[in-house]
Design a protein around this ligand. Structure first.
Ligand code: KE4
Length: 439
């Protein structure tokens, strides 16, 4: 397949980058390994668009992997960051912005009475399971094949996202001892979770789940799945952890807990919370969180935790979203419009697709539906996805360079942009149909 994903300047930058950073990137999925070709290098981002160093412009449905729900470089966030820089960039000491952000989170997610700010989703999830183990005195955690919770050792076993993309389900460097502490269940299969409790004689500190899976493409919980997890955790004295790093503030004002009416014991958040700057958080009841140092014995720390620029960006983002449902109603309309575009253009070219959508999260699978499990996802046409991805890129639309990611819409994806998106998907499905006729 010809390498038509990047222009000459991106190629020369990528050549230099590969001598300085592993694979030329600072996060594996960005290297386009799953789809082939050379990653473009971004020169600028504004609203729904990215522009690369060769002047190519793309409608962006990756949104920096979720944070840019308002579109890129919204004025309110840029102004908040600039204002914050006038009084410093990092204090390593308490400041009022941390309180304001924590209050905004708790107003939207009242089950988070208390939280700890960190600098990434990985820090949030690894800290949450440490807290669960510290509070329960139990050893094992249960995660779901195809779900991704960041790159802490305990999670890098049959994970989703980049781990699945690069098919490194059990990353070198993860010790057998660590792996032994992680039990795997199947997403949307409560019996497999019950088996984990049985096989460990109930020695389960926590079940961690993406309440809407976003790292195997988008796979929603089937009715009763989240409620069943809640019941099993309560029955066995394990903590239920909702990893809302993607879904938090995206699928509802109060995230998945609000949308599905299931209350976890701990919640991890990130991405949108930082408005595009490094940010994560984990939280729950005061009774649980008081076990974290310095009020309790479970240790966790971070040099840039609660950074004033990141808290300013996050506050500006949450305040721009607002605390009523209007923003989410608009996102629902945009998400439905994109779903219709993909469905109609695929059908016009005789391409079977399965589409899963939860609000502004869309999963596109090149196979007949339904897609409800990791095994269903694995049966999608990965080679076809590469053709579709590259044809979309040629047509000016950028979706994630992996079939194990989610398409995100945001408030910057307006009607004219969706019209251009329809034209691009039409071209891309036509190209895919041609390759299927003449492989
Ligand atoms: P970070 O450490 O990357 O901030 O967050 C880890 C994480 C935790 N939980 C969920 C549900 C996540 O989706 C993530 C990170 N998401 C991936 C893409 N789906 C980040 C992109 C990347 O790895 O480059």
């Amino acid at each position: 397949m010809t390498d038509n994903t990047a222009g000459p300047l991106s190629r020369s930058l990528f050549a230099r980058a590969q001598t300085l950073m592993p694979g030329g990137v600072n996060s594996p999925v960005r290297a386009f390994r799953a789809v082939g070709g050379t990653p473009f290098f971004v020169a600028s981002a504004q609203g729904a668009h990215l522009t690369d160093v060769d002047g190519n412009r793309y409608i962006d449905f990756v949104q920096s992997w979720g944070p840019m729900i308002l579109g890129h470089a919204p004025a309110c966030v840029r102004e908040a960051i600039c204002r914050a820089t006038e009084t410093g960039t990092s204090f390593g000491a308490p400041h009022e912005g941390e309180i304001a952000l924590a209050e905004e989170v708790s107003r939207r997610m009242p089950h988070i009475e208390m939280l700890r700010l960190v600098s990434s989703g990985t820090e949030a999830t690894m800290s949450a399971i440490r807290l669960a183990r510290g509070v329960t005195g139990k050893t094992h955690i249960v995660k779901f094949e195809g779900c991704y919770h960041g790159h802490a050792d305990a999670f890098l076993i049959r994970a989703g996202s980049g781990a699945a993309t690069l098919s490194i389900p059990d990353s070198p460097g993860v010790t057998p001892g660590t792996a032994a502490g992680t039990c795997h269940a199947d997403y949307n299969d409560l019996d497999s979770v019950a088996r984990c409790f049985a096989e460990t004689d109930g020695d389960v500190a926590a079940v961690i789940v993406e309440p809407v899976a976003g790292n195997m493409g988008c796979v929603p919980p089937v009715p009763g799945f989240l409620e069943g997890l809640r019941a099993l955790c309560t029955e066995h004295g394990a903590l239920l952890i909702f990893d809302e790093v993607i879904t938090g503030f995206r699928i509802a004002k109060g995230g998945a807990a609000e949308r599905y009416g299931v209350t976890p014991d701990l919640t991890t958040i990130g991405k949108i919370l930082g408005g595009g700057l490094p940010m994560g958080a984990y939280g729950g009841s005061r009774d649980l969180m008081r076990h974290m140092a310095p009020s309790g014995a479970v240790y966790q720390a971070g040099t840039l935790s609660g950074n004033p620029l990141a808290t300013a960006a996050g506050l500006a983002t949450l305040r721009a979203i607002g605390d009523d449902d209007t923003f989410y109603e608009r996102l629902e309309t945009t998400g439905a419009a994109l779903e219709a575009i993909v469905s109609e253009t695929a059908q016009a070219h005789g391409i079977p697709v399965a589409l899963n959508r939860v609000g502004s999260m869309l999963g596109l699978f090149l196979r007949q539906g339904p897609v409800r499990t990791w095994q269903d996802v694995r049966q999608s046409d990965a080679a076809g996805f590469s053709v579709l991805f590259r044809a979309l890129l040629q047509a000016g639309v950028y979706i994630a360079p992996s079939p194990f990611e989610t398409i995100f819409v945001g408030s910057a994806h307006d009607a004219p942009i969706l019209d251009a998106t329809r034209a691009a998907f039409d071209q891309a499905f036509a190209a895919l149909a041609r390759t299927r006729k003449d492989p």
